[in-house]
Design a protein around this ligand. Structure first.
Ligand code: AHM
Ligand code: MG
Length: 343
């Protein structure tokens, strides 16, 4: 029998800022409150917004888990703004997140992968805007493979009390105040950053609570995994093909799920590089800058990783359109730099 004396004490990572260091096992609510208290003038609105996202993700998680039972798999019969067929769960997740953010009151506008136009929430006094991919990795929904939610939060630049504008979303990746993702995998995990490092919270289903499980996450400097859609190889820029050839020569491991969240998360923990280069079909890259590349770039950099569009740090790309696409190379800094050195 294990006695309490045998149970190892919770670890506080040495790199966590002292005011934010909390032991593994802390609830998300307590963690958010502690982060908020570290900022003397914080009003609690961003904290509430993060709680709204967490709540919506629990509901989406429930829908995903029941998917096979309640006829929510398969195509919905509609297309999104990119002309891609929407899955029923894409649509359901979109509704859940928008409803949570609208009801919360802190958000004045949302852009979503599933909606052509900016959505005004009716909360003109909300100080924040949110860019979201409610359910990423659509092709995996029907086959029980990991999928995710990705979100990015900005403080609005338009006057509080007025309607939000597109410019609120086009501030640039370095102006994000928070970003994160939820991975619906073998467990459900919420990872986010507010610019104070990256922390991960695993959903304890019996409690219905997210619990701090991955404190102060650090991207391994290097690794042995490369992740890309090999079928597109012939379309990739020459330098990417050359780099991938060297990965094979070095006997690195190829792992590709086809869900950005899942591929990114694995490489964050195990060390590796994720690549989505331009292709003939998607000459500017497939991934969306505002709700895929920027949030993942912010998380990567906060964890000590690197994210590039092939020309510059992805966070330095100037956005001009809400649904703009970008190439993305992200992960362990040694591997990303090796790739960029082959240009
Ligand atoms: P989605 O937002 O429509 O799901 O598309 C984004 C996804 C990423 O999660 C994934 O990395 C990529 O598209 C997979 O694309 P492909 O099937 O072309 O490899
Ligand atoms: Mg997506």
């Amino acid at each position: 029998m294990i006695s309490l004396a045998d149970t190892p004490l919770p670890t506080i990572p040495r790199s966590a800022p002292p005011e934010l260091a909390l032991p593994v096992g802390t609830t998300l609510d307590r963690f958010i409150l502690r982060e908020q208290n570290a900022f003397p003038f914080a009003t609690g609105e961003l904290s509430q917004l993060l709680r709204d996202i967490a709540l919506a993700s629990k509901i989406v998680n429930r829908e995903i888990n029941r998917a096979g039972l309640i006829d929510v798999t398969g195509a919905s019969g509609t297309d999104n703004v990119q002309g891609e067929a929407q899955q029923k769960l894409d649509v359901i997740a979109n509704i859940r997140f928008i409803r949570a953010l609208r009801n919360g009151g802190e958000v004045c506008a949302i852009i979503s992968e599933e909606d052509d136009d900016m959505i005004l929430t009716g909360n003109a006094n909300g100080k924040y805007v949110v860019a979201i991919d409610p359910l990423d990795g659509s092709s995996n929904i029907d086959v029980n493979v990991s999928i995710g939610t990705i979100f990015s939060i900005y403080r609005r630049i338009s006057p509080v009390g007025s309607d939000a504008t597109v410019a609120d979303f086009l501030q640039g990746g370095r102006r994000q105040v928070a970003a994160g993702y939820v991975l619906y995998g073998s467990s459900t995990i919420l990872i986010f950053t507010t610019g104070q490092g990256v922390n991960g919270f695993t959903l304890d289903h019996s409690l219905g609570e997210y619990i701090l499980s991955h404190a102060t996450m650090q991207q391994l400097r290097t690794g042995s995994i490369f992740s890309c859609n090999d079928g597109n190889m012939a379309d990739y820029p020459d330098y990417v093909q050359t780099y991938l050839h060297t990965c094979r020569q070095r006997r690195l491991t190829s792992r590709y799920i086809g869900s950005l969240v899942a591929d990114f998360h694995r490489n964050l923990i195990k060390g590796g590089i994720y690549l989505y280069p331009p292709t003939q079909k998607t000459p500017f890259g497939k991934l969306r800058l505002l709700y895929e590349c920027f949030p993942m770039g912010f998380i990567a950099e906060q964890a000590g990783g690197q994210a590039s569009d092939g020309q510059q740090a992805v966070l330095d790309v100037t956005p001009t359109e809400l649904h703009q696409r970008s190439a993305l190379y992200v992960g362990s800094p040694v591997l990303v730099n090796e790739l960029l050195a082959t240009r």
